[in-house]
Design a protein around this ligand. Structure first.
Ligand code: SF4
Ligand code: SF4
Length: 321
């Protein structure tokens, strides 16, 4: 979110709303990535995403616009499933959302071509998920292979987003090589890293041990001087090192409304759904907001305390209107 949007975002909180909206605009996806949270059995509290309804065509366009008119977010993140399976609808929706003053982010595997003219929309942020270097990525995310991604991002400005899993965290220069490869691509203007966030019952090999998590963060910190495209401010690093202990203490979860593919089912407690282990949270947005919440204004009042007070006032205002 742009710095200039902080005051309007606070205003939205004071009126009991959420400044951020994440929409799972489709339940369809041609991939089956290990560690995918959208299709995990617990994602929607017992309801499988595959069994939920979703819309296409004009119904989807009208449905999303109705949600945005009602909730008035400042920033919207379009996720899935794979949002690009609805590229025709997005072609109509994205310019309308931008016209309404909403900053739009789309998170995609780039499994299909990103329409060339989308490059002209300055307020659209395209985030492409890449799961490590080519051999591992292609194994995990086929058919959205490196070859396809490189072809499909031509002419665009994109952010590469990598979620660090246990295999990638084990030193040996893996994350350095990854940063080197993507830093050299002219289409990439930022590289984001998140850490794998486990669910309470998670037994998968993706989960990092505390030592691996701490080692991965040290590695990422050390990459920054050599790879300026790696976006990892101190404030985010601090948030990763000291995540919130519960959704109630997560400013990101409390300011972001997440709706699933029927555009009404709320994903809780945050975009991940299910029962995520907050103390091992690897979400970059949550890390940034958490660290900002600990900052003391004038050395006296914590931003987080101010947020809690504003949130409380907002909910009371909403209940009374
Ligand atoms: S592309 Fe996204 S939604 Fe599709 S399987 Fe992979 S992680 Fe899940
Ligand atoms: S974003 Fe992270 S800290 Fe916040 S509720 Fe989700 S898992 Fe917990």
């Amino acid at each position: 979110m742009k710095m200039g949007a902080i005051i309007p975002a606070w205003g939205r909180i004071l009126r009991g709303g959420n400044p951020f909206l994440a929409l799972e605009i489709t339940k369809e996806c041609p991939l089956s990535c290990p560690g995918c949270y959208a299709f995990a059995p617990d994602h929607l509290d017992g309801t499988l995403l595959k069994t939920l309804s979703d819309s296409k065509g004009q119904d989807l366009v009208d449905g999303v616009l109705a949600v945005v008119r009602e909730r008035k977010p400042l920033h919207i993140s379009l996720v899935g499933g794979e949002p690009l399976v609805r590229y025709r609808e997005l072609d109509i929706l994205i310019p309308k959302l931008i016209e309404m003053g909403v900053e739009v982010q789309i998170v995609t595997s780039a499994v299909r071509e990103i329409p060339k003219h989308w490059a002209e929309w300055e307020d659209l942020h395209i985030v492409v998920s890449v799961d490590g270097l080519q051999p591992e990525h292609d194994l995990r995310r086929s058919p959205a292979t490196y070859e396809r991604i490189l072809k499909h991002i031509e002419g665009h400005r994109i952010i590469v987003h990598c979620t660090v899993t246990r295999a990638q965290s084990n030193g040996n220069g893996y994350l350095r090589e990854f940063s080197d490869f993507w830093s050299k691509r002219p289409e990439v203007y930022k590289i984001w890293f998140s850490l794998f966030t486990p669910q309470e019952i998670e037994l998968s090999g993706e989960r990092l041990t505390p030592a691996e998590r701490s080692g991965a963060l040290d590695t990422l910190e050390a990459l920054r001087p050599d790879f300026p495209k790696v976006f990892l401010p101190d404030v985010v690093l601090d948030g990763f090192r000291n995540p919130p202990d519960s959704p109630e203490n997560c400013i990101f979860a409390r300011t972001t409304q997440c709706l699933s593919s029927d555009l009404s089912t709320v994903v809780t407690p945050c975009q991940l759904g299910g029962r995520p282990v907050c103390s091992e949270c690897g979400c970059m947005a949550a890390a940034g907001m958490t660290a900002i919440g600990r900052f003391k204004l004038g050395g006296l009042v914590k931003v987080g305390d101010l947020f809690n007070a504003s949130h409380h006032i907002g909910k009371r205002w909403q209940n009374n209107n």
